[in-house]
Design a protein around this ligand. Structure first.
Ligand SMILES: O=C(O)CCC(=O)C(=O)O
Ligand SMILES: [Fe+2]
Length: 287
């Protein structure tokens, strides 16, 4: 895949927003002419892709998906998040049926995933306008770094600060693999379509975006934000998790505005010998 033009890469502030919230949304980024074709294409089905197929080869039989992932803004966001030539984990068309009467439980699309310095992203493309009644994807900002196991969060019904997606046609949302989410109940008379592709990185996710604003104060502001559902103490742990991830993504382990990571990683290696602690200890015993 060609390297995206710099103007299409995400900025550092946008990356920090993704690291803090677990999502990055691009409204109406797909042109109408494609959105209009999309329902037919998605209804016909997108051919399966074996796990691990490089993105540039994965959709050889699906011209529509090739065009989607090559739209400059989308290619730029994919490159910024997972780098050049990611592989396709899987893809799926998700339909919330008109008046279906059921919502999907809250879940993460992952088993407990303990990677601190890598992540997958899921591209979610909504070809139609999604209104509040149409069962937009609900997600919980800031939940992505909490180590939960797939559907074990399903018993939580509503969390303060959760968002239920409403969007114009042609919106694409990128989600961190760990984010808690679920399709909502569709109370409208229109079937709601969403096309998802999960990408696995094939390079270290270090400095893949536009770095010009790397030390902009808005970066720290994004990373420090907190969410209404956080507990007092564990909420602080989420900030710690983000700083760890930001350090990995920037390769700069000095970035630590409130010193939480510095405190917890302070394991001095300098040894002070027994002798310097007690000058008599090393004396030869002569008598
Ligand atoms: O349909 C949706 O909005 C979400 C679907 C989803 O999260 C899933 O099936 O894993
Ligand atoms: Fe899901």
């Amino acid at each position: 895949m060609p390297h995206p033009h710099r103007k299409n890469l995400l900025t550092s502030v946008q990356m920090a927003h993704f690291v803090a919230t677990g999502a990055f949304r691009m409204d109406a980024v797909v042109p109408d002419e494609m959105n209009q074709q999309a329902l037919d294409v998605l209804q016909a089905g997108i051919p399966g892709v074996p796990y691990g197929t490089p993105l540039s080869e994965a959709f050889a039989d699906s011209e529509f998906v090739q065009r989607l992932v090559q739209l400059p803004e989308i290619a730029g966001a994919i490159h910024s998040l997972v780098g050049p030539e990611p592989t396709v984990d899987h893809h799926a068309v998700h339909i919330r049926k008109a008046n279906e009467g059921e919502a999907q439980n809250l879940h993460g699309d992952a088993i407990i995933d303990v990677r601190e310095d890598a992540f997958d992203v899921q591209l979610m493309y909504y070809p139609q306008e999604v209104t509040l009644e149409m069962g937009g994807t609900l997600s919980v900002p800031g939940s992505h770094l909490r180590r939960t196991n797939e559907s074990d969060t399903g018993r939580y019904q509503n969390l303060a600060g959760q968002t239920r997606l409403t969007c114009p046609a042609g919106t694409v949302v990128f989600l961190h693999h760990g984010i808690w989410h679920g399709g909502r109940k569709n109370d409208s008379a229109i079937d709601r379509y969403m096309f998802k592709i999960r990408f696995n990185p094939t390079v270290r996710q270090v400095r893949l975006w536009d770095l010009e604003d790397l030390y902009d104060e808005q970066v720290a502001a994004e990373l420090k934000q907190t969410f209404p559902w956080y507990e007092n103490a564990t909420g602080r742990l989420e900030i710690y998790n983000r700083v760890k991830l930001w350090q990995a993504l920037t390769g700069d382990d000095t970035f630590d505005p409130d010193y939480w990571v510095t405190r917890v990683s302070n394991r001095p290696q300098r040894v002070i010998s027994q002798r310097s602690l007690n000058p008599h200890a090393a004396k030869k015993v002569t008598a």
